[in-house]
Design a binder for this molecule. Structure first.
Ligand code: 8X3
Length: 252
C-alpha cells in the first residue's frame, strides 16, 4: 500500500483542506468525523483523484469508538504514515469566571483528550515501523491567552506541550512531530464558538483578510513533505494584519 494519511475532523475547515491537499499529492486517505454525509461526499471527491479512501464516523471524545474504528481498519490500511490531529474547536468567549461547564468539557475532551486518544492508538505502529509523522493542529491561542480565550487557550497550550512531549518520546525513532499554530482562519470555527451566531462570527473577520483552511493545509504539507532528516517542529502562521492572538489591525 502506498502512503496513508489519517485526518480527524475532516468534514470541514482545516481538516477538509488537509485531506484534499494530501489526496492531491497521492496519499490514500482515512478521513474521520462525526457527520457521515459530509464524510461520504468528501470521500467521493477524493476517490475521483485516484486514491483510496476510507471514512470512519466517530467522535474523538468517544475513546471506545475511536479504538474500534482504528482497530477495525483492514490490515493494509493499518500502517498509517501521517496522522493529522485536527479535530477540535472553541466554544464561548466568556470571562473565565463566567464560563460554561459544558463548553469547557467539550473543548478539553476534544482538543486535548481526543488528540491524545488518536496519538495513543496510532503512534505505537509508527514507532514500531520507525516511520511516520504526527501533525497536531495547535493555535496561536496556545502561545498566550487572550480575553475570553481562557479554556480554549489552555487546550491549545496543552497541544503545544503534548507535541513537545511526544517529540521527545519519539526522538529515538524516525517519527516526526509538528505543531501547526494558525491565527485567524475563516472556517466554521467562529460560528461554532458563538453557538451558531453568524453575525458575531462574521465580525471576527471584519476588516481583515483571514487565512483559509487551504493556507493551513499548505503548511501541513510543507512539514509532511520535508526531507526525512528535517523535522518541522512548529509553524506559527498568522494573517498579515494579525501580530498575535490579541493584536489584530482592521482596515489596515
Ligand atoms: C484559532 C485562532 O486566534 O481565534 O485557534 O484563537 S484564534
Amino acid at each position: 500500500m502506498e502512503r496513508i494519511a489519517l485526518v480527524t475532523g475532516a468534514t470541514s475547515g482545516i481538516g477538509e483542506a488537509c485531506a484534499r491537499k494530501l489526496a492531491v499529492n497521492g496519499y490514500n486517505m482515512i478521513i474521520t468525523g462525526r457527520k457521515a454525509e459530509r464524510l461520504d461526499a468528501l470521500a467521493r471527491e477524493l476517490s475521483a483523484l485516484g486514491v483510496g479512501v476510507i471514512t470512519l464516523e466517530f467522535d474523538v471524545r468517544d475513546r471506545e469508538a475511536a479504538a474500534a474504528a482504528i482497530q477495525g481498519l483492514p490490515a493494509e490500511w493499518q500502517e498509517i504514515d501521517v496522522l493529522v490531529n485536527n479535530a477540535g474547536g472553541a466554544l464561548g468567549l466568556e470571562p473565565e469566571y463566567e464560563g460554561n461547564y459544558e463548553d469547557w468539557d467539550t473543548m478539553i475532551d476534544t482538543n486535548i483528550k481526543g488528540l491524545l486518544t488518536m496519538t495513543r492508538l496510532i503512534v505505537p505502529g509508527m514507532v514500531k515501523r520507525n516511520r511516520g509523522h504526527v501533525v497536531n493542529i495547535g493555535s496561536v491561542a496556545g502561545d498566550a491567552a487572550y480575553a475570553g480565550g481562557n479554556v480554549y487557550c489552555a487546550t491549545k497550550s496543552a497541544v503545544k506541550a503534548l507535541s513537545d512531549g511526544l517529540r521527545i518520546d519519539v526522538a529515538h525513532t524516525s517519527v516526526r512531530v509538528t505543531n501547526i499554530k494558525p491565527g485567524l482562519v475563516e472556517t466554521n470555527f467562529s460560528v461554532i464558538r458563538f453557538h451558531g451566531d453568524k453575525d458575531k462570527a462574521d465580525n471576527v473577520y471584519k476588516g481583515i483578510q483571514p487565512l483559509t483552511g487551504e493556507d493551513i493545509a499548505e503548511m501541513v504539507y510543507f512539514a509532511v513533505s520535508a526531507p526525512a532528516h528535517v523535522q518541522v517542529a512548529e509553524i506559527l502562521v498568522l494573517a498579515t494584519h494579525q501580530a498575535n492572538g490579541s493584536t489584530i489591525v482592521r482596515n489596515a
